[in-house]
Design a protein around this ligand. Structure first.
Ligand code: IPE
Ligand code: IPE
Ligand code: MG
Length: 234
């Protein structure tokens, strides 16, 4: 559980395609504008008390889209983050990419490694970019990893606790999200952080991601502070 000094915000950045289509632009223009919003949010998040930011950039289900769009999104995120690296390092942002890397194009996974290496010792905001991420895939991976340890005789089923299960997740080491935001006027989680969001406060917004403003994030953080989180108690 997060301590009061930690604040983990997770965002399903939805609505890029609609934002572009509304303007008569190709869908990729929406993704490009959406990436710019990420840049601005990352810079402002620490000032709002956010200590970890996890953003959903590409899901395990997004491979169902046309290959051009898939390739554009996968390359967009790593190329933008690579471009921002000097700035991110000066802001002490530690970047981690969560998701199944095995299926990423070779140049994308090479960039992922370089980004993580360059920011590994940064001690400021934790920026987790979910790329080829699925909540079910993450849970399955954890189950398979533990099952393999049991099969190898290095663990027994009774030893599995929630804390140990956490340690097999891509998002290991991060406190669970306090806030999950979804833009794009859909009230669903679309396979994001299924294990981790058990007690997150949810915010579903009508705004399309490229139109998301810092003031909206500020408003969400203020509303979050006034919510009464009981975690099952009275
Ligand atoms: C979110 O925007 C970005 C990804 C899912 C990669 P969309 O591309 O889903 O935009 P809409 O929902 O079609 O408007
Ligand atoms: C969720 O958006 C995934 C990301 C934002 C990366 P989608 O647009 O893929 O979700 P659905 O298809 O509307 O559920
Ligand atoms: Mg969408």
């Amino acid at each position: 559980m997060a301590t009061s000094s930690q604040l983990h915000v997770a965002i399903v950045m939805d609505g890029n395609g609609r934002w572009a289509v509304e303007r008569g632009l190709p869908r990729i223009a929406g993704h490009r504008q959406g990436a710019q919003v990420v840049h601005d949010i990352v810079a402002a998040a620490p000032g709002l008390g956010v200590t970890a930011l996890t953003i959903f950039a590409f899901s395990t289900e997004n491979w169902k889209r046309p290959p051009d769009e898939v390739s554009y999104i996968l390359h967009l995120f790593v190329s933008m983050v690579t471009k921002w690296l000097p700035e991110l390092v000066s802001q002490h942002v530690r970047v981690r990419i969560i998701g199944d890397r095995a299926a990423l194009p070779g140049d994308v996974s090479a960039s992922v490694e370089a980004i993580e290496k360059r920011t590994a010792s940064c001690d400021g905001l934790h920026l987790n970019v979910a790329l080829n991420y699925g909540g079910r895939a993450e849970i399955l991976l954890a189950a398979k990893t533990f099952a393999a340890e049991c099969a190898a005789g290095t663990a027994t089923p009774e030893e599995l606790t929630e804390e140990r299960f956490d340690s097999y997740l891509w998002l290991k080491g991060e406190a669970p999200p306090d806030i999950v935001v979804r833009t794009g006027a859909e009230s669903r989680v679309s396979n994001f952080l299924l294990w981790e969001m058990a007690y997150a406060e949810l915010f579903f917004l009508d705004v399309l991601w490229p139109d998301f403003k810092l003031a909206t994030l500020d408003m969400i953080v203020q509303k979050f502070k006034s919510r009464n989180r009981r975690f099952g108690s009275l």
